[in-house]
Design a protein. Structure first.
Length: 379
């Protein structure tokens, strides 16, 4: 099955096409994502094939299937890195693709429950828009994100500089010990008879006076405001200097800043049971004229809960044809289904049917015996 046939099969809603795409490209895409962000490789490959099941039918050039998958995987890998953050340092990342990942993807794509459909819609919409040729739109690419991050960094730096400028102006206006170049004294002060600088009302703190008990019972003196209060001026010091302006710097307590909201969590698929097969091996005898069985049956049973969306994958490139029915379905708790397997072949072969979820293997052996007629023997 080439890329165009895989795309056509997926577009027709057949899980065999998705299984072929996983078999051909899942490992390569995992290695590609692992080289960029090991912590996001598993989720990126999983989401890529969920998107492929829902969107690859829009690809105008089916021969570019791998380029399309690689583009989607790169975007998913980049998006998971941004939203999920860095993993803990002591958390080991898998160096190889988990063997159960293809079965998980096929099971979730075959799940026709409301939760299964919601999961596929959510993953596909989260992947972003697509162009007319079916490829992901450039608006979700990394260059625009990096440019936006640069603009945010520049704006943050300018804001820091502006705050620093306001704080510096407040400190200058509040005043410090500024010396007079001529006398070495602070401006606005005069030297007394003993040579010590006289005290000015501008250099004293202007705090509101606390009320004290008056001589008259029942009355307290009115507290003077800070703008009107001033210490007595020493004789000969001249008019009092005005108090420096007060600069109010607003501060936001940490408790008033809302904490950052965590990213939305991916909805988990419903809890499922496990599949049990019986028998695990089948032998199909296609010998002519011997009355051998040309079809065999095995049974699948759901244990410990329901199984929403089982799928049977037939390996490709066999020397004959295996016909399996049904290939997919769902089972209630304790439910079972009979799977019929038949073959068309001119040569013997052995194949493993893989059943998801659970990676269950049913081995099918096809026997073919060709009779050789003795032409020299009279009838």
């Amino acid at each position: 099955m080439d890329d165009a046939e895989i795309v056509a099969t997926i577009a027709a809603g057949e899980l065999d096409g998705l299984a072929a795409a996983l078999d051909r490209y899942a490992v390569s895409l995992f290695e590609y994502c692992h080289s960029m962000a090991p912590e996001a490789a598993v989720d990126a490959v999983h989401d890529t094939f969920i998107v492929a099941w829902c969107k690859v039918a829009d690809l105008r050039e089916p021969d570019k299937l791998f380029s399309w998958l690689e583009t989607v995987a790169g975007n998913e890998c980049f998006r998971h890195t941004l939203t999920d953050g860095e993993p803990p340092l002591d958390q080991a990342q898998p160096a190889e693709m988990p063997p159960g990942l293809p079965g998980r993807v096929i099971s979730e794509c075959a799940d026709e429950t409301p939760a299964g459909r919601a999961l596929r819609v959510w993953v596909t919409n989260r992947a972003g828009p697509y162009d007319r040729d079916g490829f992901p739109a450039a608006s979700i690419g990394r260059p625009r994100y990096l440019a936006g991050r640069g603009r945010i960094a520049v704006a943050a730096a300018l804001a820091v500089l502006a705050v620093a400028g306001v704080a510096s102006a407040a400190l200058v206006s509040a005043g410090g010990p500024r010396h007079d170049a001529a006398s070495g004294n602070a401006p606005g002060t005069a030297t007394g008879a003993s040579g010590a600088p006289a005290t000015s009302g501008a250099s004293l703190p202007t705090t509101p006076a606390s009320p004290v008990a008056s001589a008259r019972a029942g009355r307290v003196p009115r507290a003077r405001s800070s703008s009107a209060s001033a210490a007595p001026r020493a004789m000969g010091t001249g008019p009092a200097q005005p108090s420096p302006p007060t600069v109010m710097v607003a501060t936001i307590p940490p408790s008033a800043v809302p904490p950052p909201q965590p990213p939305p969590q991916q909805p988990l698929p419903p809890a499922q049971g496990v599949l049990a097969e019986n028998p695990p091996r089948l032998v199909l005898d296609l010998s002519g004229g011997g009355g051998g069985a040309r079809a065999k049956v095995f049974q699948l049973t759901a244990e410990n809960g329901p199984v929403n969306g089982y799928t049977i994958v037939v390996p490709p490139n066999l020397p004959g044809t295996l016909i399996v029915s049904p290939l997919s379905g769902s089972l209630p708790p304790g439910g079972s289904v009979r799977i019929t397997v038949s073959a068309v072949a001119t040569a013997a072969f052995t194949a493993d049917l893989t059943i998801y979820p659970g990676d269950i293997v049913v081995q099918v052996t096809v026997k073919v015996t060709v009779k050789v007629h003795d032409k020299g023997k009279d009838g």
